[in-house]
Design a protein. Structure first.
Length: 319
């Protein structure tokens, strides 16, 4: 049996660990319990395939792969939902999918071109994805959402029962004379394994730079800092805004547009985005202001009656 260390416990780390256990390997999963900076736990967890198409990425290999895999993804999420056994999928079957519309105050040439390209490709595949257009909006009924934090917390517990879990942060990998790997940790003694998988997201560059293969592998990772809001009401006489599906604008500047996603008894509104060479611990005032304006103007929400929780995470980017 091969002992494999998985460095990182976001979505990539969890699914990598799960797949390796399924293959019969012994797995050590390393990641902080507080999930600091995890983009997986900050995201809205939307099954966005066609709605993420824009005028820059429409012809890229990754977008083409997503479009080719769309039916498989739709069927897979439906299968998980229909099992009735997966937390986070409770409202999936009754969700109305994704509604994409132009945001009048944010209608740059890029956003207009992105909407047109998304519309063109979505409607061309309407027999496969069920897309249709009404009142200037594109509806994608199969592009639904789940509750990201509920699902990932459930999956983390499931995976943790099948692996050796360390509440720690990996800082680098050394290769020993006997061929084994030594994974150094931020606190405590290192651990040893036969193989290692780096799933540290935006922190991967730091891990690679402190590893034995750094001269052969260059990962100049940057932090794509994203913030989002969770809106709710603390008063019984003020209801939390309700949506039956995802409401969003087209991609802007290579990132997703403003989007609102039902999230249990809260409403998720995202997402701001900027690039940094270092992790930003606290949300930026400009990001929160942009999200509040988007929620108020695009979603027509009366924000002065609601409470907010701000989420911030780091997507891995590279120059």
């Amino acid at each position: 049996m091969v002992r494999i260390a998985v460095l990182g416990n976001g979505a990539s780390g969890l699914f990598s660990a799960f797949e390796l256990v399924e293959q019969g390997h012994e797995v050590v999963l390393i990641g902080p319990a507080d999930k600091f900076g995890s983009a997986s736990y900050t995201a809205g967890l939307m099954l966005n395939v066609y709605s993420e198409v824009d005028c820059i990425n429409y012809n890229s290999p990754l977008t083409q792969l997503k479009l080719e895999s769309a039916q498989y993804l739709f069927d897979l999420w439906d299968k998980i939902s229909n099992s009735g056994q997966t937390p986070g999928f409770e409202s999936y079957s009754n969700a109305k999918g994704t509604e994409v519309e132009k945001y009048e105050k944010g209608n740059s040439e890029f956003e207009i071109n992105s909407f047109n390209k998304m519309e063109q490709i979505s409607l061309k595949d309407s027999k496969k994805n069920g897309a249709y257009k009404s009142n200037g909006k594109v509806f994608l009924p199969q592009e639904k959402h789940v509750n990201a934090r509920v699902f990932l917390n459930f999956f983390c517990k499931e995976v943790s029962q099948r692996v050796s879990y360390l509440d720690n942060k990996a800082t680098g990998i050394e290769k020993l004379a006997n061929g084994k790997l030594q994974v150094n940790l931020s606190t405590g003694e290192p651990i040893y394994s036969d193989r290692a998988v780096v799933c540290s997201g935006a922190f991967s560059g730091e891990v690679v730079a402190s590893s034995y293969f750094s001269s052969r592998v260059k990962v100049n990772s940057l932090f794509g800092v994203g913030s989002a809001l969770l809106l709710s009401s603390d008063h019984s006489y003020i209801p939390t805004p309700e949506l039956q599906g995802i409401l969003r604008t087209p991609n802007r500047g290579g990132t997703c547009g403003i989007h609102a996603v039902p999230c249990g008894d809260k409403l998720y509104v995202g997402a701001s985005s900027f690039v940094s060479r270092c992790p930003i611990v606290k949300p930026q005032a400009s990001s929160v202001l942009a999200l509040l304006r988007g929620a108020e103007e695009f979603l027509n929400l009366e924000l002065h009656k609601l409470s907010i929780e701000v989420l911030t995470g780091f997507r891995p980017l590279s120059d």
